[in-house]
Design a protein around this ligand. Structure first.
Ligand SMILES: [Fe+2]
Length: 167
């Protein structure tokens, strides 16, 4: 890597997005039982025609925008993707090139999420779920954080690649 590696330490490994069978029960479990706090919500009806994508993003005291997210979306795996965050945006671009050269199926090209402000791409792991490789996440300060609703999973990019669909 050209930068100083990954952002981990206090913020943890990255994040995981799981697919919920019972969405509301799952969100209640993470918040009421495990103590996660709501970061924000995305309800997107444009990415997939005819499908309402509904996702809740959750954080803890570590400050990582979301360590866990859960969604009500049609997906073949219970684990949708996990994410790691590089300290340098150039490492995202170089990792993207390496994945293409190595012949991996890409779920998406590079794009930007409006909620955590991450620039990332998604590659399909050999197990079938996604790996999001990104950079630039905001860090949450609970004293000043405001929970917002967003209407798009991505405000640019994250376009499907090689015929694969992430969502
Ligand atoms: Fe993600």
């Amino acid at each position: 890597m050209v930068g100083n590696g990954f952002i981990t330490g206090r913020q943890g490994m990255g994040h995981v997005l799981t697919i919920a069978k019972d969405y509301q029960k799952t969100v209640d479990f993470y918040t009421d039982v495990l103590g996660f706090r709501i970061s924000d919500y995305i309800r997107d009806s444009e990415t997939l025609p005819g499908v309402e994508l509904d996702a809740t993003f959750l954080h803890t005291h570590t400050g990582r925008h979301h360590s866990l997210a859960t969604a009500h979306i049609p997906a073949p795996k219970k684990m949708h993707h996990f994410m790691v965050e590089a300290q340098d945006l150039n490492d995202v671009g170089q990792a993207y090139d390496r994945c293409i050269e190595a012949g991996y199926d890409m779920f998406s090209g590079i794009g930007h999420h409006p909620n955590d402000k991450v620039i990332s791409f998604y590659v399909q792991s050999p197990s079938g779920f996604g790996l999001e490789f990104g950079h630039g996440s905001v860090v949450i300060d609970d004293d000043t954080w405001e929970v917002k609703n967003y209407q798009q999973m991505s405000d640019w990019g994250h376009k499907p690649q090689s015929g694969k669909q992430l969502l």
